[in-house]
Design a protein around this ligand. Structure first.
Ligand code: SF4
Ligand code: SF4
Length: 162
């Protein structure tokens, strides 16, 4: 897979994406909604973000807005944010894909979850969703990630039809 002019392979996908400040994960329509939703996706109550195995360790971007609350969540991590991230700082894959998140069920099938806080409708997310599928279709071919996605739990999501 070629992304931003760089050949990325299954085993270096996390590193390439996390050390990039490309705009994957910036949803254009967010700008219209932020005054209404007040960036609910970045507020933490009893929820958290999840960090893929190796993601936190591999990033070279500044990450001091992140507070780890579980350092070994099936070899990944759970975290919350202490302040909004800036454009050139670490933005975890969980956030880049939001409101979508891939999950693998007990029968090894891919299911897609959508964060219930986000007011954007599927049709308003068409470009983001397309990119999300391209990236995560590639991601889940990595065995470590596939197994991790089977184990983790998220709060505030519902399954959507593909
Ligand atoms: S890393 Fe950025 S986008 Fe993700 S929850 Fe924190 S502030 Fe929000
Ligand atoms: S909740 Fe949805 S619309 Fe609001 S900032 Fe987050 S992703 Fe954008």
């Amino acid at each position: 897979m070629i992304w931003s002019g760089i050949e990325i392979k299954k085993d270096n996908l996390i590193s390439v994406i996390n050390n990039s400040i490309q705009n994957f994960g910036m949803i254009k329509n967010c700008e219209e909604y932020v005054s209404q939703c007040k960036c609910k996706c970045c507020k933490f109550d009893n929820n958290y973000i999840v960090l893929y195995p190796g993601e936190y360790e591999e990033t070279r971007l500044n990450k001091n807005h992140i507070k780890i609350i579980d350092d070994n969540y099936y070899n990944g991590k759970k975290a919350i944010c202490l302040r909004p991230c800036k454009e050139d700082e670490f933005k975890p894959l969980d956030c880049r894909g939001y409101p979508y998140f891939p999950k693998i069920d007990e029968s090894d099938n891919l299911i897609i979850l959508k964060g219930s806080k986000c007011p954007l409708k599927d049709e308003e997310l068409a470009n983001h969703k397309k990119r999300f599928f391209e990236i995560w279709d590639f991601f889940i071919k990595n065995k470590t990630i596939f197994e991790w996605l089977k184990k983790i739990e998220l709060i505030g999501y519902e399954e959507i039809n593909l």
